[in-house]
Design a protein around this ligand. Structure first.
Ligand code: ZN
Ligand code: ZN
Length: 257
């Protein structure tokens, strides 16, 4: 088992890196990739500061040495589309957490109110325009970050199960995500099947949606299973169950990047 998307107290996670390593060893994880939120200048609330980045890098390297006989540890970063490149990162998850309209950042991960406000403020209430803008950025995430993994492809639907504000059957919505997928698949890097929103009680299925997994698979895209863990107890949790689910949709699941 491998898990490449894990956060710690160095950014917005609840568990220290070492607790996470111990939990991963107990769960039988062979490769554990730490992916601290890389520094983004416009929003310091969730990511590592430039100072804590240094601490993170040193800590993960130290843990790698300490536990090298038990687990393989990788030092990665979850790099936001608008974030800064981190040259020390051994791998990058490319994620879109924001949209930018006329210089103003809108937090995709910040709840439906943010999306509704953006629709009203910039598009006369048209949520489909917000989704089109989101997936246009997502479609460029590889070009911008040269990521090794494409992060939570349809993050914009994070809160949609609880309060439906996006009609995911709308042809405009489908065309928007298909265009992004078509642009990303040729890059040849896996899309993650991200369980983070399930563990946080926001969704009952992973990102991307089943329809998206089917489409991406049938167009040659591959996947990697990740926990997007923010606490040690969710590292690589339920991976077997979700791997079977994804395979039933036609997904090819990679173990390494
Ligand atoms: Zn993320
Ligand atoms: Zn994450």
């Amino acid at each position: 088992m491998t898990d490449w998307h894990v956060h710690t107290t160095n950014c917005d996670g609840k568990s220290r890196a070492e607790e996470t390593v111990l939990a991963a060893i107990e769960r039988g994880v062979k490769i554990l990739g730490f992916s601290g939120h890389g520094y983004t200048a416009h929003d310091g609330s969730y990511c590592m500061s430039l100072e804590s980045t240094e601490k993170y890098v040193a800590e993960i390297r130290e843990l790698r040495e300490k536990y090298k006989d038990k687990i393989e540890i990788r030092l990665g970063v979850e790099q936001d589309f608008f974030g800064e490149a981190m040259p020390w990162a051994e791998y990058r998850i490319g994620s879109v957490h924001y949209m930018n309209f006329k210089g103003e950042y809108v937090d995709v991960d910040g709840g439906n109110d943010q999306l509704l406000n953006a629709a009203n403020k910039y598009f006369g209430g048209d949520m489909m325009s917000v989704c089109e803008a989101y997936f246009e950025i997502v479609g460029n995430v590889y070009e911008k970050t040269h990521c090794n993994i494409i992060g939570h492809f349809d993050l914009i639907t994070k809160y949609n199960e609880r309060e439906r504000i996006i009609d995911t059957e709308n042809p405009r919505y489908i065309a928007a995500w298909q265009a992004a997928a078509d642009k990303l698949i040729p890059a040849g890097v896996p899309f993650e099947i991200n369980l983070g929103a399930i563990f946080r009680g926001m969704r009952t299925t992973p990102y991307p949606s089943a329809e998206q997994i089917k489409y991406i698979s049938s167009h040659g895209g591959k996947f990697i299973l990740t926990s997007d863990s923010h606490s040690a107890d969710t590292v690589a949790r339920d991976f077997q169950k979700w791997e079977e689910w994804a395979k039933s949709l036609g997904a090819e699941i990679l173990k390494k990047i």
